[in-house]
Design a protein around this ligand. Structure first.
Ligand SMILES: [Zn+2]
Length: 285
């Protein structure tokens, strides 16, 4: 005790940053990439993965998204076991698929199925950007096309959440063909006068933005989502012009008439319920 009085003490304790990293196990906290606020992962999850300080929308896994949307315990998954082959024998592709399957516990970059949202039956598809960057291979395309067919059979609306880097390069032209296949399946919905709502989340680019993600009867996006076909640099080099800072953001697209609405995640479920309510088929009631 007495010894402490004579010891030279610093006024403030300083913790070296390396030490902080060691003391906070990975996964407990996350840094917001937009405002750099340190966020507690559990609180972030409770807030639907949206930063409380600046409203930045972190990505969501397919199952987190489904849970945040459907009425409790009512989702039935379609085509759970469909898995990609390696049609072009692309070096390392099988290995990469395997790793992503282990990491995400998914068999593909999209989960499809049916459930209820606010009591309205829907077919729902949700892409997961953690699986091969949400890229559209032949299985992802097939699952989306089959989901649209199911919507036609059952006369349900179809809601699809896109999150994708575009086509899957390891499947070459087969991947590009999914653009036509999914578009044709949605056209069938259109012929049957069924509602298709596309929700574009961060990021929705390449072949996905150029096919089903832009074909909604209603196209919605999450705030700040990057949406576009080619990347900014490619376009700047091609047109030899500097592009505006907010180019290819959801807000820019809304301003220029390419989207119907930008909806924050906290309002997504109620917005969808309102849309479903407006379009509900009441002839049987
Ligand atoms: Zn933030």
């Amino acid at each position: 005790m007495l010894r402490d009085l004579f010891r030279k003490q610093k006024k403030y304790a300083t913790i070296p940053s390396e030490q902080v990293k060691k003391d906070i196990p990975e996964g407990i906290m996350q840094k917001c990439p937009k405002c750099r606020e340190i966020l507690i992962t559990k609180e972030l999850e409770k807030n639907l993965n949206v930063c409380k300080a600046c409203d930045y929308h972190f990505s969501m896994s397919a199952w987190e998204r489904i849970e945040s949307l459907v009425d409790t315990g009512c989702f039935v998954e379609y085509d759970q076991d469909l898995q990609s082959e390696d049609p072009l024998q692309f070096p390392g592709y099988r290995n990469k698929l395997q790793k992503d399957m282990e990491k995400t516990k998914l068999n593909e970059a999209v989960v499809t199925g049916e459930g209820y949202i606010g009591g309205y039956p829907v077919v729902l598809g949700v892409m997961d950007s953690r699986f091969r960057m949400g890229s559209m291979g032949s299985v992802a395309g097939e699952k989306i096309a089959r989901a649209a067919e199911k919507a036609v059979q059952k006369r349900f609306p179809f809601i699809l959440f896109a999150a994708s880097g575009g086509a899957r390069m390891q499947e070459g032209v087969l991947s590009l063909m999914q653009m036509a296949k999914t578009s044709a399946a949605l056209q069938k919905m259109n012929r049957h006068r069924l509602l298709f709502v596309s929700v574009l989340t961060n990021p929705t680019t390449g072949g996905v933005s150029a096919s089903f993600a832009s074909l909604g009867d209603i196209n919605i996006a999450e705030p700040g989502a990057l949406i576009g076909f080619a990347g900014r640099r490619v376009i700047e080099q091609t047109v030899r012009q500097k592009l505006p800072d907010d180019f290819q953001t959801a807000e820019f697209l809304l301003k220029h008439g390419q989207l119907d609405q930008v909806v924050p995640r906290s309002k997504m479920r109620e917005t969808l319920i309102r849309i479903l309510d407006i379009h509900a088929d009441r002839r049987e009631a």
